[in-house]
Design a protein around this ligand. Structure first.
Ligand code: C2E
Ligand code: CA
Ligand code: CA
Length: 697
């Protein structure tokens, strides 16, 4: 008996084990009083009990009065009919969380057919329910989104449209019923259909540009963004359709703007470069060569300044049209901004042919223009560069055509110039300058400026250097460095030097008479003049003619000039200087320190002053090298009993240092820059009137 009991226990334990591990909650209620007789752990815990505590409780005690009342009809039905009954309900679990449960009530039928109890089986379907709810919510959201979206949206299933939102209907000009059920491809441009069909077939989720067709047949550039989505309980394809018309237009506008000049509508620099690149490539493959013309309007700025920009703009537009009219198909004109136009003549490397077209352009552009009732005419200057002769890249060709254009301007404007290679061009330029220099001398375009030399101790004027300039009618005041080297090499230096000498002495005499100048005027002497045989005689004659004593003149010779002569025939230089001495003329060594002269030689020459070169002054007082050289020059001058002047003194610090080293005479911007004659007069008068030190005025 006890064995049997033991077996029974073991079986019961196995059953309990099974009951506690099935994923459902199970309980058994007996019909009388509907009290719980059996429950697995899952069931007990679902209602907040443990397996033992739940036994003996009534249904209402386990699940709560409210729930029991609600379920009462189902229970009645199950017991009286002897049929299973099931329902779903929400359950506020013992842990406070809302759960969804699926409840099955199964009658326990006795042999006579009446229900003597009931099994309760409960499955927790919370996860499943929540998933459904989320899905339903997202579906609702999708519908809302679809309606609210400003972008077109279409759903399709197997290539047939199942849903379309109003913006897409709007974009394509259809009503909902006209689109529903139709093939998506019907709304795609014919040559796009294969690709769209391929995307649909592959089920890919991509974004791509395509073309839709409007109800009126117009093509609409669009962007498709394709996704696969659950919609109306099926996997559907959702396509967002974006209208690209604005973007395409904007892009076209930007492209045009990037490649064209806004005023004339002509291609701009970037587009032009691309075109020339293509022509160069064509020539490389056996093309005939081409010409690049740089056109610049003469005095266009004057039109703009005097008549206003509107007139200027209108003029540029007319010029653009006229140039275009002269050209043939295949040629190109671009505007580089301002009044600069550039033309390529395709397949035209023949100089005669290019000249012919260029002259046609000269005439066409030069023709007067009627703008706002005013007749204006501007001439162009045209420079030409040929490919491949004058360059191999667009930049090079443009640069050379530009150079040639300047040449055309220099030669008097309104003409055509072909680019000449640099060597030839330098020669041409030199030739032109030489011609101009001679003319400048004839026309009296040279002027002298005067720069004072001042003693820092007593602010007295100790010298005045005459410096030549060219008052160029177009270029303005041109410095000596730009034309003296050429004058020197072409012997024009002799007449120019003679003019300087006379002019300097004439001023010196007048200023002496006026009581403005009591010191000699310093004149720079060129190598050519110094070597020229009769130069001392010339000076003697000039001094006599003007009635100026020789002591009113100082000649500045560079160290190099003296060395040159010393090397060859030191006697000649010494003799020349001695003859000058005899006239009373002073001699200064200019740019001293740069000529590496042997100091031993210098002491044999009859000199008066050394001018310390500007290059040693500019880094004073900080630079130790410069300081050492300047100090050595000052000491040497003292030991040779020569005067010393520092050139290019610009700062108080430099002046102070020089003074501390015993060099009191200075020349430089600190005291005064070179001035025109009238300027010097005013400067000197002011000083004499106030008797203030030079450095403060
Ligand atoms: P240079 O004889 O050494 O003349 C001094 C130059 O230094 C002048 O330049 C003058 O303007 C400049 N200068 C004066 N003070 C300062 C300063 O404080 N700072 C700086 N940075 N520069 C200063 P410019 O007038 O251009 O003359 C250049 C050179 O041309 C002269 O150098 C001289 O060698 C030559 N030159 C000028 N006129 C004649 C002339 O009539 N005949 C000859 N043969 N040569 C001349
Ligand atoms: Ca000088
Ligand atoms: Ca100098």
């Amino acid at each position: 008996m006890s064995d049997e009991l033991q077996q029974l226990r073991a079986e019961l334990d196995r059953l309990r084990l099974l009951a506690n591990n099935v994923p459902v909650a199970v309980a058994y209620y007996e019909r009388a009083g509907f009290t719980c007789v059996l429950a697995n752990r899952g069931y007990a815990q679902m209602f907040g009990f443990d397996e033992r505590a739940v036994i003996g409780l009534t249904f209402a005690q386990v699940i709560g009065d409210d729930a029991a009342r609600l379920i009462q009809p189902q229970v009645e039905h199950m017991l009286t009919q002897g049929r299973a009954s099931s329902y779903e309900r929400e359950l506020s679990g013992a842990d406070g969380e809302l759960r969804y449960i699926d409840v099955h009530l199964l009658p326990h039928l006795a042999e006579h057919g009446a229900a003597i109890g009931a099994f309760v089986l409960i499955a927790d379907i919370t996860r499943h329910r929540r998933g459904e709810i989320a899905l339903r919510k997202s579906e609702e959201r999708l519908v809302k989104f679809m309606q609210a979206s400003a972008e077109g949206i279409v759903f399709h299933l197997g290539g047939f449209i199942t849903d379309v939102n109003p913006p897409l209907l709007n974009m394509l000009g259809y009503t909902l019923s006209q689109m529903m059920g139709r093939r998506t491809l019907d709304f795609v441009a014919p040559d796009e259909r294969a690709r769209v069909a391929a995307v649909i077939a592959a089920g890919s989720e991509i974004t791509y540009d395509s073309v839709a067709v409007h109800a009126d047949g117009r093509h609409v550039p669009v962007e498709f963004i394709v996704r696969t989505m659950e919609h109306q309980n099926t996997q559907q394809r959702m396509t967002i359709v974006r209208d690209r018309r604005d973007r395409v237009e904007a892009q076209a506008r930007i492209h045009h703007m990037a490649h064209h000049d806004g005023l004339t509508g002509l291609p701009n620099r970037a587009a032009f470069h691309a075109h020339v690149d293509a022509l160069i490539a064509r020539d490389a493959a056996g093309g005939a060569g081409f010409a690049l013309l740089f056109i610049d309007l003469d005095h266009f700025k004057r039109v703009n300044d005097s008549l206003g920009h509107t007139v200027g703009d209108a003029l540029l537009q007319t010029v653009a049209q006229r140039v275009a009219q002269v050209l043939r198909a295949g040629d190109l004109v671009a505007r580089f901004g301002g009044d600069e136009f550039v033309v390529v003549l395709a397949d035209t490397a023949n100089v005669q042919a290019v000249r012919h077209v260029a002259h046609k352009l000269l005439l066409a552009v030069g023709e007067p223009v009627e703008v706002q009732g005013t007749r204006i005419s501007v001439t162009p200057s045209i420079g030409v560069a040929l490919h491949p002769l004058d360059g191999h890249t667009p930049a090079e060709l443009i640069k050379h055509a530009d150079t040639a254009m300047y040449q055309a301007k220099a030669q008097g404007r309104a003409q055509v110039c072909f680019f000449a290679p640099p060597m030839a061009q330098a020669a041409v330029a030199a030739l032109a300058l030489e011609g101009r220099l001679a003319q400048a001398l004839r026309d009296g375009e040279f002027v002298l400026h005067f720069q004072p030399q001042v003693n820092l101790q007593d602010a007295s004027l100790v010298g005045l250097e005459a410096l030549v300039r060219w008052q160029h009618p177009e270029r303005g005041l041109v410095g000596p460095a730009e034309f003296l080297p050429l004058a020197e090499s072409t012997r024009l230096m002799l007449p120019i030097g003679a003019w300087v000498m006379r002019e300097a002495l004439v001023h010196a005499r007048r200023w002496a008479e006026q009581g403005l100048l009591h010191v000699p005027v310093a004149v720079n002497l060129s190598q050519l003049q110094f070597q020229h045989g009769g130069f001392v005689d010339d000076i003697a004659r000039l001094l006599a003619e003007l009635g100026v004593p020789g002591s009113r003149l100082e000649l500045e010779l560079t160290e190099r000039m003296l060395m040159h002569d010393i090397g060859a025939d030191m006697g000649a230089a010494r003799a020349t200087l001695l003859r000058l001495k005899a006239l009373g003329v002073r001699v200064a060594v200019d740019d001293f320190g740069t000529g590496y002269s042997s100091l031993g030689h210098l002491k044999d020459l009859p000199l008066d002053r050394l001018k310390i070169d500007r290059s040693f002054i500019q880094d004073l007082p900080g630079d130790r090298g410069s300081a050492a050289i300047a100090r050595a020059i000052i000491q040497m001058a003292r030991s040779l009993d020569l005067g010393v002047v520092a050139e290019g003194v610009e700062t108080q610090a430099q002046a102070k240092w020089l003074l501390s080293q015993g060099c009191a005479d200075v020349q430089g911007f600190l005291c005064a820059a070179p001035m025109a004659a009238a300027g010097f007069e005013a400067w000197q008068r002011a000083r004499m009137a106030s008797a203030l030190p030079a450095t403060s005025g």
